[in-house]
Write a protein that binds this ligand. Structure first.
Ligand code: TYD
Ligand code: MG
Length: 458
């Protein structure tokens, strides 16, 4: 049999070339040429058509009213923090991508989930291209995986894995990782973007066609897009990212995209000697090492997805020994920090020109929402004035360029979490002040940065 013909197609402009090139000749984009297969025989095209028909579509359009509503039942993975990010469990026939840096704990989490799933729902196929069956087994022993209908397959060939799926008809399939598998129809190496996309497409058809939920593991490099999961995000139903500092024991799984649930939902785990342990109360974890009352520390009520979490925002302002002052942010956006410092200088009369400013979210969390602004401002001002905030005060609110404090969503949720964690005073935007809420704690509404600092650092 003649080997299938391949072409290299630019992902930017669609230009085709017989050979790979680092730069597209047509549009000049770098590193955009991807190997693609051309099927010349009409049978191949028909086969492709068949693949789509596995979705169950009859080919003709249906009237909206005639389409039956199916209440997707969800299958529990047995790990409640993982179910939470998935939107309440795994939807049958869905394709989930779990991305994260190497060594963060993806294989550990999925092996734990696979064992639970095998015990409660049905057989699971765990296909690994990275580790041998023995390696997986020895990790499983450490995790306390007992006798469960869990099938291990050390295989990198997609076609072989699909054969095993068809033979075993498992209730869940795990592919660890999508970068190590390859299709024999392609010549390029495993991990190249063509192979990764082919793998995702093949497993998508298998998942939808046989209604088997499938989890793909994807490695992300520091720059986040090297033949990586980024290219797959639009193919899969759900994209989860595993985050966390390798030097901290806790890990966060975040939903970036979810066709069956809310995004930015968050699951918190702690890495222990016997695998990942779900953390039911993240606020307690993030505040556990807080030295209350020290200057430069503020407690923020942030909301991730539907979940309120209290975190400690730390700031350190020190005299710069060199000509240009350093501004460093860990866990919040660097540009946002610059903006907030400018507001502090201009609207609150704080002089920071000759100072180094360091801001850190304790525990390695990263926060994107603007509700963190007021806590950053408070922590920096507290460090400058060398006066600590009251240990029983929590803050949240967005800071505008003219120094105004703007209202933010889900304020009651944040207040409730603060009260639950024992805080007795919350400084928040005046726009979020609701008199009916202030039963268990003192709510202080503020309109400007100056007003907020007067309330926080008396
Ligand atoms: P792993 O799941 O192999 O990461 P990934 O699949 O994302 O590359 O996890 C690797 C790290 O987790 C490794 O550094 C050791 C640590 N670990 C524990 O601390 N406790 C455990 O019980 C296990 C299994 C791993
Ligand atoms: Mg792994």
């Amino acid at each position: 049999m003649k080997p299938p013909k391949v072409v290299f197609v630019c992902q930017e402009c669609g230009a085709q070339a017989p050979k790979w090139a680092g730069r597209c000749n047509e549009c000049g984009a770098w590193n955009s040429m991807v190997e693609e297969r051309v099927s010349q025989e009409p049978t191949a095209a028909a086969a492709a058509g068949n693949r789509y028909s596995q979705f169950g579509a009859a080919g003709s359009a249906k009237l909206y009213a005639d389409v039956e509503t199916t209440n997707a039942t969800r299958l529990s993975s047995g790990i409640n923090e993982f179910d939470r990010v998935l939107g309440g469990g795994i939807v049958p026939g869905s394709l989930v991508l779990l991305g994260g840096e190497p060594g963060i704990g993806k294989s550990t989490l999925l092996l734990q989930a696979a064992a639970h799933f095998a015990n409660s729902v049905g057989p699971v196929l765990y296909a690994s291209g990275e580790e041998s069956e023995h390696q997986i087994k020895s990790r499983g022993d450490r995790l306390g995986v007992g006798a469960a209908p869990l099938y291990l397959l050390s295989e990198t060939c997609i076609e072989r894995i699909l054969e095993e799926i068809a033979r075993l008809k498992p209730a869940l399939v795990i592919i660890d990782s999508v970068q190590t598998v390859f299709s024999i129809k392609f010549q390029s190496a495993p991990g190249s973007i063509g192979q990764v996309r082919e793998a995702a497409t093949q497993f998508l058809f298998a998942a939808k066609g046989q209604n088997i939920p499938t989890v793909l593991v994807g490695h992300v490099t520091k720059d986040g897009n090297l033949a990586g999961p980024k290219a797959l995000e639009h193919v899969v139903d759900t994209v989860l990212y595993f985050e966390g500092e390798r030097h901290h024991s806790h890990r966060v799984v975040r939903a970036i995209k979810n066709r069956f649930g809310a995004v930015s939902e968050l699951g918190v785990f702690e890495m222990t000697g016997s695998g990942l342990r779900p953390v039911a109360n993240p606020s307690r974890l993030f505040l556990s090492e807080r030295a209350s009352g020290t200057p430069g520390s503020a407690v923020l009520c942030c909301v991730e997805g539907s979940r309120p979490i209290l975190v400690e925002v730390q700031a350190l302002v020190s005299t710069s020994t060199y000509g240009n002052a350093r501004r460093m942010a860990i866990g919040i956006d660097q540009n946002r920090l610059s903006l907030l410092l400018a507001v502090l200088e201009k609207r609150a009369g704080l002089s920071l020109a000759g100072d180094d400013v360091y801001v850190n979210i304790a525990g390695g969390m990263s926060i994107e929402e603007p509700a963190a602004d007021l806590s950053v401002v408070a922590a920096v001002a507290s460090s400058v004035r060398n006066r600590g905030l009251s240990p029983s005060t929590a803050v949240f609110g967005e800071v505008g360029l003219s120094g105004e404090i703007r209202g933010i969503p889900q304020a009651p949720l944040r207040i409730r979490e603060a009260v639950q964690m024992g805080f007795t005073r919350v400084v928040l935007p005046a726009a979020n002040l609701d008199p009916s809420e202030s039963k268990d704690c003192e709510l202080v509404g503020v309109r400007t940065v100056g007003e907020a600092l007067d309330q926080l650092i008396a």
